[in-house]
Design a protein around this ligand. Structure first.
Ligand SMILES: Cc1cc2nc3c(=O)[nH]c(=O)nc-3n(C[C@H](O)[C@H](O)[C@H](O)COP(=O)(O)OP(=O)(O)OC[C@H]3O[C@@H](n4cnc5c(N)ncnc54)[C@H](O)[C@@H]3O)c2cc1C
Length: 371
């Protein structure tokens, strides 16, 4: 059994990002990744791009929105604002190599449990004994079709790897947030007819927070989409999809829509929890309940969550530029528990704040744009 102080699970932006902070200390850590670095991005549909723009603004104290560690910028590496999945995974690999992040790929975490007052983690290869666990297993690999009876009659949008070459002419998309609009746009660009069903009006801009309304990048596509005569939009909630005589029946209140192609669900993702679900208490919205000061799972000392599932009250940390701000909060908690010198912690926290990797006062996140 290998003894290691900190284990980080997942080599996506959350796992590699937080490892880059621990690299600035002498805390012993390892990143365990079941596939390869940036695996989720490699599985993105072919024409999907980052919706958050990249810009090499680091020198003026405003780190690239998609950077996961200081002195790096995907915009600088690729001379591009909106990287695709393959490019972003290359960025993650470059960061891993440059900062010599200690990681192991093809290593899947299978079990986590307490033993003799300590923690044990089992992978497909070996066992570890650890003190701190940072769960950064992401959401992309757990597509969600919730509250629809007959969900097996649908296909999740993330599983359509090449929307440009999908067969068929007439599609129904369930869900009108980022992924739904993106795929509807691609299909109409390919001269396919699209009916999109969403429970609420899509362009009702009730907030400036792109975690709750369409990002400007997708909004631009939505504006084009609305002008297309191939596009129809229905406001309604789908509760059932059935399959009869080579047709799919989509049930909305008082109405059934028929389609010959499998309905596409762009209904989101949820945290990959296996094998730590037993340590997680959920909030009402289904997201994990966390301790606000440290991002430890509620009631679990030394087991932290990093990544897009982080929520505190109404604050949604689903984008990189948001969840990276909590990396420093986790690292600081570990340093304090490891009895680091206070002056060293203050210096590191100051550095992380300057680089957009530390946010503890969440009251500042409520500020809305006025124009
Ligand atoms: C379709 C989509 C588009 C998005 N676009 C953007 C965007 O443009 N900008 C933005 O800021 N955010 C975006 N996000 C949100 C978020 O930034 C991404 O989901 C990002 O990938 C999250 O990073 P992560 O490190 O938490 O997860 P991931 O990138 O998914 O990484 C998790 C890693 O954990 C590994 N893993 C899982 N289980 C285990 C296990 N048991 N053992 C070992 N390893 C394991 C996986 O293989 C994976 O490599 C998007 C999300 C989605 C779903």
């Amino acid at each position: 059994m290998t003894i290691i102080n900190v284990i980080i699970v997942g080599a996506g932006p959350a796992g590699i990002g937080i490892a880059s902070l621990l690299n600035q200390t002498d805390i012993e850590y390892i990143v365990l990744e079941k596939k390869e670095i940036g695996a989720s991005f490699l599985e993105w549909p072919k024409n999907m791009e980052m919706i958050t723009p990249s810009f090499p603004s680091n020198a003026f104290g405003q780190i690239d929105l998609n950077s996961i560690c200081e002195s790096t910028s995907p915009a600088f590496s690729f001379s591009k604002e909106h990287l695709n999945g393959v490019e972003y995974s290359e960025y993650l690999n470059a960061v891993t190599d440059h900062f010599r992040i200690n990681g192991r790929t093809n290593t899947e975490v299978k079990k986590v449990y307490k033993k003799n007052g300590g923690w044990v983690l089992e992978t497909n290869k070996e066992q570890f004994y650890f003190n701190y666990l940072i769960w950064a297993a992401g959401e992309f690999q757990n597509p969600q079709i919730k509250n629809i009876i007959g969900s097996e009659n649908c296909i999740h949008s993330s599983l359509i790897k090449d929307p440009d070459s999908i067969e068929g002419n007439d599609f129904v998309i369930i869900g009108g947030y980022e992924s739904g609009i993106q795929i509807a746009y691609t299909l109409t660009q390919n001269q396919k007819r699209v009916t999109l069903i969403n429970p609420y009006i899509i362009d009702d801009k009730f907030t400036s927070d792109p975690s709750k309304v369409l990002s400007p990048f997708t909004y631009t596509k939505y504006n084009d989409l609305k002008k297309s005569n191939l596009y129809t939009e229905i406001i309604g909630e789908v509760d059932k999809v059935s399959n009869a005589e080579e047709n799919y029946n989509i049930h909305i209140k008082n109405r059934i829509i028929k389609t010959s192609e499998k309905p596409i669900c762009a209904t989101g993702f949820s945290l990959v929890k296996k094998p730590i679900e037993k340590f997680i208490i959920n909030r009402e919205d289904g997201k994990p309940k966390l301790k606000e000061e440290t991002d430890e799972f509620f009631g679990q000392k030394n087991i932290y969550l990093a990544g897009p599932s982080v929520r505190h009250d109404d604050h949604v940390f689903c984008f990189i530029y948001k969840f990276r701000q909590r990396f420093g909060v986790i690292a600081e908690d570990i340093l304090r528990k490891e009895k680091y010198f206070e002056d060293d912690i203050i210096n590191l926290v100051q550095r992380w704040k300057e680089n957009g990797m530390y946010l503890s006062d969440l009251s500042c996140c409520d500020v809305e744009c006025v124009c």
